[in-house]
Design a protein around this ligand. Structure first.
Ligand code: ADP
Ligand code: ZN
Ligand code: ZN
Length: 818
């Protein structure tokens, strides 16, 4: 009998790949365990066992696996089902889901090792200096890693040396797997075994009378142990005794102290949980909670529609509390984890160390720890807070999923595949686990609200802010007229300036929103009209005054700002449009006394970038915060009275069927940061189109009106929710080849699907990083099978790939959310 396994490789292969294993390996292996396998000419990959069987593959001879990497499955059956759904629905491969779902540390890659060729005769005199250094090192150790070579010759680029050594036949290369995850070991100390009895200890202390520092250390350790009854870290002992590392080391060397190591998690929450601090709900929150619970009984996905500051979080807390009491796992999904330190500390206060955070900014090691804690169903990972990737953790017992701010676009992954929407994938996951799921938002997506309307989802709402604080008063200001009457100061209308002045005088805070970073998006020569463009992308370079640079926001290209026009040489450069930097600059001139700060991508880099700004603003160390849409995300500030939208028009004029919905959401969310406690907040929206329907709807808080109108328009133009869409993007560095390829594909689609195929068309930015882009849009009307149409598209892609000149054209699918 022969034994085989089918495995998932972390690469875009349509099919599972089969390897042969021995009988004893077959007995050990279970689905969800990792194996190292050879693939292609020399690569070794980490693959995941999908199933075992006895049928040899028909078209190739199965290779043997390299080795087994796990003792038990690190991925569970439900996860494999979930991956499969994602791959099919979002038109990618299971291998791509695998790659993106597990922490990078689980995907061992092969690394090149350098060995000495023992059969070669080496004439040392013939070696260049750097060659000799490598050769010499190989006399002392049998293998070298690439980075070791690099430090030996003290140079980054080591390829030339290695090439020369290879040519001279002095070295060999070997591919080896290496584990990336290293558990963190913490150093602990205890008293040596010999000194454990009391007499022994006494005589020890006596013998140390002439070494007071050492005896102090021993005494401290003794006391610490008596108090704590738990392992003592070396660092703790250092602190408690005032003894230095050297003193402790001397004691260890003498055998008086013993050092040992314990594996610990890198991320630990040290505070105490305080269930009692969980707040009692008010009437409206309680009603919402009851409605949600009722829907849960019928196993319905439930939408919680609660205005900003209505206290949705406290309702979630009650749901989590119940889930945890039943011993099940809870997942709290957020659009962007970096912005949620406020929320995390709120939840930690309630649930203490039961909370684990799964963070894209955490390093690989920290992610592996959370993964393992969930896998082993540890208490400390019973509640997971995370961004979309937290969906992929190995839950076995999920009882609740919360998708907070469910309308947020950042739940959709755009690159790389799988291009999934975390909210929708969460609903499928909940189904697989038989778990409850609630979607929450002050401004639900059209899709979710529609699902609630037609009864597919349950619905609960909270229409009042907590504490009966009024919704902020929203005023629209016509900047066209203000400009005509010369009433503008820079980009500030008279009304906005008045309100800022008043708010500052009252000692309250202000948020100003402009959805563009940098100083100005365009620099233009007023003599010849030339404006500097990115050499790699079809966009103008944005002027960043602070760094005196022109930067591309698509590829990161930058150059110093020129003194004069590069085309005609005139020094007549001017800027068009404005970003957050310019708002900040103008503020400094208009309100020199006020403390202003800016929050956008440029000021929040680094692990704690956001946190610092948010905390400083919370603690009222600044008066005015200028920022991009980062400001909208669920922040709960106590003292903000005024929110100013510098220019709403850029949001309205976006060429996208979702632009109006998004504009409504963004503005309502920013407005929602104002007046969250007692005093009513004020919002000023500046626009050239103050009569625009969407702005009216924002100012009157008319969500239903917006919904009805948008639904009607979506229906007219055959967009979701009632129709489905698939966008195909073609990408290639040659303009002509791209056009031909896209044309070919679109024709084939039209033949198969008829009139519901639009394009190919260039997107607004038609070239990014030197790759040209073209889109084809497929609309799938109600009643047509999306599954069948996706299969048709995939079939066409196969024929497309068979055309040799098109093979290098990248084909990218985006399903539903484009
Ligand atoms: P939302 O998420 O709906 O915008 P939050 O949950 O942030 O609103 O609540 C807004 C504010 O009201 C928070 O500061 C919160 O602590 C407070 N709050 C909400 N519900 C209660 C409650 N039941 N008791 C006391 N304070 C509450
Ligand atoms: Zn010019
Ligand atoms: Zn660019």
């Amino acid at each position: 009998m022969q034994y085989f396994i089918d495995v998932i490789l972390p690469i875009p292969l349509e099919k599972l790949f089969t390897y042969s294993v021995s009988k004893s390996e077959a007995e050990l292996l279970r689905p969800g365990m990792r194996v190292g396998v050879p693939f292609g000419k020399s690569k070794i990959y980490t693959a995941l066992v999908y199933r075992s069987h006895n049928k040899p593959p028909q078209v190739y001879k199965a290779k043997e696996i390299h080795r087994i990497l796990d003792d038990y499955p690190i991925v569970k059956g439900i996860q494999l089902k979930h991956w499969k759904w994602i791959a099919e629905y979002y038109m990618c491969t299971v291998g791509e889901v695998f790659r993106s779902a597990v922490p990078g540390a689980f995907l061992l890659e092969s690394e090149t090792l350098i060995l000495r060729n023992l059969r070669a005769e080496v004439d040392e005199a013939n070696l260049a200096d750097d060659e000799f250094l490598v050769f010499e090192a190989l006399q002392h150790q049998s293998t070298l890693k690439v980075h070791e070579v690099s430090s030996i010759i003290d140079r980054k680029n080591i390829l030339p040396v290695l090439n020369r050594l290879l040519e001279k036949n002095i070295i060999l290369l070997k591919e080896e797997m290496y584990e990336q995850y290293r558990p963190k070991l913490v150093r602990y100390v205890k008293l040596g075994v010999e000194y454990l009895s009391e007499e022994k200890l006494e005589s020890l202390l006596e013998s140390l009378t002439r070494a007071p520092k050492q005896s102090q250390v021993v005494l401290s350790l003794f006391q610490l142990q008596a108090v704590h009854k738990k392992p003592i870290k070396i660092s703790e002992l250092e602190q408690a005794s005032g003894g230095s590392k050297a003193v402790i080391k001397a004691l260890v060397d003498k055998g008086i102290l013993e050092e040992y190591f314990i594996r610990t998690d890198r991320v630990n929450y040290e505070g105490e949980a305080d269930h009692l601090s969980i707040k009692a709900l008010n009437l409206y929150q309680q009603k919402a909670l009851d409605d949600i619970s009722q829907n849960f009984e019928n196993k319905k996905v439930t939408l919680l529609h609660g205005v900003t500051s209505s206290g949705k979080t406290e309702v979630y807390v009650k749901l989590i509390e119940k889930c945890v009491r039943l011993g099940r796992q809870a997942l709290y999904l957020l659009p962007e984890i970096a912005l949620t330190t406020q929320l995390i500390s709120r939840l930690q206060e309630y649930f203490g160390e039961k909370i684990s955070v799964y963070h894209s900014k955490y390093n690989i090691q920290e992610r592996v720890e959370v993964w393992n804690n969930v896998l082993l169903e540890k208490q400390k990972a019973q509640i997971v807070i995370g961004a979309r990737s937290a969906l992929f953790l190995p839950y076995s017992n999920l009882g609740l999923i919360i998708v907070d701010e469910e309308h947020e676009g950042s739940f959709k992954q755009f690159d790389p595949a799988p291009r999934y929407h975390a909210r929708d994938a969460a609903i499928v996951l909940a189904n697989l686990h038989n778990s409850n799921i609630v979607l929450g938002s002050a401004t639900p997506s059209i899709e979710s609200f529609n699902n609630a309307k037609i009864g597919k989802y349950g619905y609960a709402e909270i229409k009042r802010r907590y504490g009966n604080v009024l919704m902020p008063e929203i005023e629209l200001v016509d900047i066209k007229e203000q400009t005509r009457k010369r009433r503008m100061k820079g980009h500030f209308s008279e009304r906005l300036l008045e309100e800022i002045q008043e708010t500052l005088e009252a000692g309250e805070q202000i948020i100003l929103f402009q959805n563009r970073r940098g100083y100005a998006p365009i620099v233009e020569c007023t003599t010849c009209g030339h404006s500097p463009q990115c050499p790699n992308c079809d966009v103008s370079l944005t002027y960043h005054q602070y760094k005196k640079q022109l930067r591309c926001h698509y590829c990161g290209y930058h150059m110093a700002l020129q003194e004069s026009c590069q085309a005609c040489g005139s020094p007549t450069l001017d800027t068009k449009g404005f970003g957050t930097e310019q708002v900040e600059k103008e503020l400094e001139a208009l309100f020199p006394e006020a403390k202003t700060w800016r929050m956008d991508l440029d000021t929040t880099r680094g692990k704690h970038g956001y946190e610092k700004i948010i905390t400083a603003f919370e603690q009222q160390e600044m008066d005015i915060l200028v920022g991009t849409q980062m400001l909208t995300k669920g922040l709960d500030f106590r003292n903000v009275r005024l929110v100013g939208i510098m220019n709403a028009d850029s949001l309205l004029n976006f060429p996208d069927y979702r632009a109006h919905e998004r504009c409504f959401q963004l503005l309502t969310q920013v407005a929602g940061r104002a007046g969250r406690t007692k005093k009513r907040g004020k919002v000023i929206i500046q626009s050239y189109n103050p009569y625009h329907q969407i702005l009216k709807q924002v100012s009157t808080n008319d969500y239903e009106g917006m919904f009805k109108e948008q639904l009607y328009e979506r229906e007219q133009y055959k967009y979701p929710p009632n129709n489905r869409i698939v966008k195909i993007t073609f990408k290639h560095k040659e303009y002509n080849r791209l056009n031909e390829a896209a044309e070919w594909f679109a024709k084939a689609l039209q033949n198969a699907l008829g009139g519901n195929v639009l394009g190919p068309e260039y997107p607004p930015v038609a070239r990014i990083r030197n790759q040209y882009l073209k889109n084809v849009l497929i609309k799938i009307p109600t009643g047509k099978s999306a599954v069948k149409i996706k299969l048709t598209i995939k079939r066409i892609e196969k024929s497309f790939d068979a055309v040799s000149q098109y093979r290098s054209v990248r084909v990218i699918y985006n399903v539903d959310h484009i």
